[in-house]
Ligand binder design. Structure first.
Ligand SMILES: Cc1ncc(COP(=O)(O)O)c(C=O)c1O
Length: 407
């Protein structure tokens, strides 16, 4: 079955007026509905062109290329730091948020028996790394259950209570925007409570750049923050930032031991063996592209409008009750609860996601959290209401079949 999504060159509702990019500005296959920007992002064509030009230069003369890198990486770092409203010397470039979190965890000297606190919304791979590092130190990971519909005040109270009970907490690891549940966590209150209890805070802001106007302002006071440029800011993959407070920054070293090691932070992260840094160097082009094509505020407003309408539409189509999920956190990812028998664990969620992709040619995220399954919809500037309408017309039948099979 083919789709109604716009073909390259076609004009649409208001992008002519706003200048916001459309699907044709991305290399995405127009035969597929890409409703899962949150997982892997998408790179605009001009940024791919910039990346290709950088790759061609590198391949043309590798020796000359490597001689130029120090200054070019510093310039990219400065542009990315300006976008994130921080000082270039507080920001190291890393390959992804996982690498940022790993560098922080590897730098810690946790006393034996120390507590590390996180939540049950924490990104699975980061939580896994946290447990491994804690075990190496003989530390204990406590996982706070945060109900899906908890208010900001409830969440702050849960943290305050946990931080004051039992052995002192050395580190709090908290997501800024949660992956399985698309919640914006109340970082100012969490950071304040953690610091009052003497704990350091690592904020996993993987989704925050581009979705929040000022991610570091929202995470203000956190000791460490990491976030991806290759998600909502549409940079080439392998582009992420690590930002550290002055008093801990010099403890951070990249996970790859290399020639930059004797340099101070963040310069020592610039060289991690022979690696392809063309993504880092092209990242400022993606920041400029969205800024010039309608601007970030307009982009966020468009994404919010699109995903809000999509969530309501899919909830109606699936007869889903939204009363237990937050619908108004102005993020471009939204949940729709699925039948209680579907996606009850991550493997079943992944299988259902694959089935939707294969049968409907719709890329969505199916998440599983606390034994429940959710459809997690994303919207970026290139998404249009017709794509969610297409999904809403077909998904109920697919899910009804999957539900019969699961019972
Ligand atoms: C909250 C969170 N943390 C970390 C990651 C990992 O990002 P990456 O694979 O780019 O390291 C993700 C990816 O979706 C995420 O949602």
């Amino acid at each position: 079955m083919t789709t109604q999504v716009r073909r390259p060159g076609a004009t649409g509702d208001d992008e002519g007026a706003t200048g916001l990019p459309a699907l044709a500005d991305f290399a995405l296959d127009p035969e597929v509905r890409h409703l899962n920007h949150g997982s892997f992002g998408a790179v605009p064509r001009p940024v791919l062109d910039r990346l290709a030009a950088l790759r061609a230069e590198m391949e043309g003369n590798p020796d000359a290329w490597w001689r130029t890198l120090t200054g070019r990486i510093a310039a990219a770092r400065a542009d990315i730091a300006a976008f994130l409203r921080t000082a270039p010397d507080s920001l190291a470039l890393v390959a992804n948020a996982s690498a940022g979190a790993s560098a922080v965890l590897a730098s810690l000297r946790l006393p034996r028996g120390a507590r590390v606190l996180t939540t049950d919304h924490t990104y699975g791979a980061v939580a896994m790394g946290l447990r491994r590092i804690a075990a190496l130190h003989g530390a204990v990971v406590d996982t706070l259950h945060v109900p899906l519909d908890a208010s900001a005040r409830d969440i702050e109270a849960l943290f305050a209570q946990e931080l004051s009970a039992g052995a002192p907490v050395a580190l709090v690891v908290v997501d800024q925007i949660t992956s399985p549940t698309a919640r914006l966590l109340p970082l100012p209150g969490i950071v304040a409570a953690a610091h009052a209890a003497g704990a350091r805070v690592l904020v996993d802001g993987a989704h925050a750049p581009g979705l929040l106007a000022d991610p570091l302002g929202h995470a203000s006071g956190a000791d460490y923050w990491t976030g991806n440029l290759h998600k909502w800011t549409c940079a080439p993959r392998g582009t992420a930032a690590l930002v550290a407070a002055d008093d801990v920054a010099q403890d951070l070293v990249p996970l790859v031991n290399s020639w930059g090691a004797p340099e101070p932070y963040p310069h020592r992260f610039d060289q991690q063996g022979t690696q392809d840094v063309t993504g880092w160097l092209a990242a400022p082009a993606s920041l400029a592209f969205l800024a010039e094509r309608g601007g970030w505020e307009a982009a966020r407003a468009r994404m919010d409008r699109t995903v809000t309408a999509a969530q309501a539409l899919l909830a109606e189509a699936l007869d889903a009750d939204l009363s237990g999920v937050r619908v108004n956190e102005a993020l471009s990812m939204r949940l729709i609860p699925l039948s209680p028998v579907l996606a009850t664990d991550p493997e079943r969620a992944a299988a259902l996601q694959r089935r939707i992709a294969a049968e409907l040619r719709c890329e969505v995220s199916v998440t599983s959290w606390d034994g429940r399954g959710f459809l997690r919809l994303s919207a970026h500037v290139y998404n249009r209401p017709e794509e969610y309408e297409y999904l809403a017309e077909r998904l109920p039948a697919l899910l009804a079949t999957a539900e019969r099979e699961a019972r």
